[in-house]
Each structure stands twice: as C-alpha cells, then as structure tokens.
Write a protein that binds this ligand. Sequence first.
Ligand code: ATP
Ligand code: MG
Length: 252
Amino acid sequence: MTMPPLLELRAISRRFGGLQALEDVSFGLQEGEIFGLIGPNGAGKTTLFNIITGVTRPSGGQVLWKQTGIEGLPPHRIHRLGLARTFQNLRLFESLSCLDNVQVGLGRSDRRRALELLALFGLQARAAEAAGGLAYGDRRRLEMARALASAPQLLLLDEPAAGLNPGEKQELSALIRRLAAELHLTVLIIEHHVPLMMQLCDRLAVLNFGRLIALGRPDAVRHDPLVIEAYLGGAGGAGGAGGAGGATEDPS
Ligand SMILES: Nc1ncnc2c1ncn2[C@@H]1O[C@H](COP(=O)(O)OP(=O)(O)OP(=O)(O)O)[C@@H](O)[C@H]1O
Ligand SMILES: [Mg+2]
C-alpha cells in the first residue's frame, strides 16, 4: 500500500508576463525520499522551489503538504510547518559568525544545538569566524546547517553542489544521504551534475521549458528519449550545457 505523499504538487503553473515558467507540473514526494529535480537552465526548477516555499504564488494548481493545501501561505508559515530550504545564490549573514548564522536559523539562542549542527558539517572549528570569510564550499555547508536548525521534515536544496570541486561534490552527496537517514529527512534537491543525481536520488523529475518531461527512478529517466533530447541540445536544449556530465557552475 502506498502512503499519501508528504508533499504533492498538483497541476502547478506559473506565468511571468508572457513567459510560461511552469505548466501543469504534478508529482509527489514520499516521506524519506531523496528526490531530485533536474533540467536545463531556465526550466523552472527554482520557480518551483519558490512556489513550494511560499516565495512565489502559483498562477494555478495546488501544493499539498500532508494532504492540506498550502499554496498562497506566506513563507514563514510554510517554514513553520517543517519545510526549510537553501538558496541557489547563498543568503548568509556574511559579517556574522558561523555560530550566529545557525542560531538565526534556530530562532532562539541554543548554542549547544548550533554547535552540533556545525559539527555535522565539519564546521565546528569555524564557529567564531565570520561567514563571509569562509571558503565557498564551507559557505554552502553552513547554509545547509542553518536550514537544518529549524528541524525541518523536508529540506529543499537549490544547487548545493554548485561551485564545488568533484571531490567536494562526492562528499556532499554522501553527507546528504547520511543526514537524510539520521535526521529522518525528506530531501528535494536541484542539481545540474546529472551523474551525481543519478547516484544520490531515489527518484528524479525532469523539467524542460516549464513542463515535466520525465519522472521516475534514475535508470529509467536516464534512458528516456525526451530527457536525452532536452540535455543533448536539439530544439529543447535551452542552455543545455547543464547536461549529462557537464555542470553549470554559475552560482547565481
Ligand atoms: N520573478 C521573475 N520574473 C520574471 N521571470 C522570472 C522570474 N523568476 C523566474 N523567471 C523566469 O522563469 C524561467 C524559469 O526560471 P528558474 O529560475 O525557475 O529556472 P531554473 O530551472 O532554476 O534555472 P537555473 O538552472 O538556471 O537555475 C526563466 O526563464 C526565468 O527567467
Ligand atoms: Mg535555478
């Protein structure tokens, strides 16, 4: 018997002026899944994150969290329900210490918990250092630590491996798996590095020009002709450089 999804998107669409950024996108996440969202630049991935987290309203469709509609709620209400995210362009308080950045996420001064979270990401020695002075990979990890401070059930990661070197990408992938298991997290992750996603994710959804073109287990998605077409150019490859093997490293 299948459980109802933890998060379900039903026929989500979003228009920006004349641009249909998302059209009729439907899929669900089961509790405990590591679920990947891939697609060429401009496909609508971040827009979907913004809709789930309340930053952007959908033009149509529903977002169900534990079978209750949450579309249109403000971001802080959605956050309180147990959804936390990181941003494609990092949003740290650069002049604050690492410890304080995590404590901001906690919403209270729980120094011990903040230090535990830093330790999970190998950042305990950096606790007193300003976030802005960290190496890029460390800043990415710090943002994840801060997102986890609210003890979310669903963690949304928007290109957490962008700008990391191959070794760091592998480490991050292992860390995400470990965290998901230890903290009983469901993870929705956007990432351009397709081989990494194939290895990390239980299931993948592929967006192209705002439409869901494939959904399923990595080995099935990898061989889907529409996915190959979208990634390897053809008419569908808007910015398809983010394709198989290649990575779009622009952390904007
Ligand atoms: N606030 C906005 N106003 C107007 N257009 C927008 C807005 N946000 C996104 N778009 C457009 O919607 C489309 C989807 O953008 P989105 O950022 O969701 O893509 P993405 O899949 O995350 O791409 P990338 O891989 O480059 O991060 C793009 O054409 C983008 O320019
Ligand atoms: Mg994006």
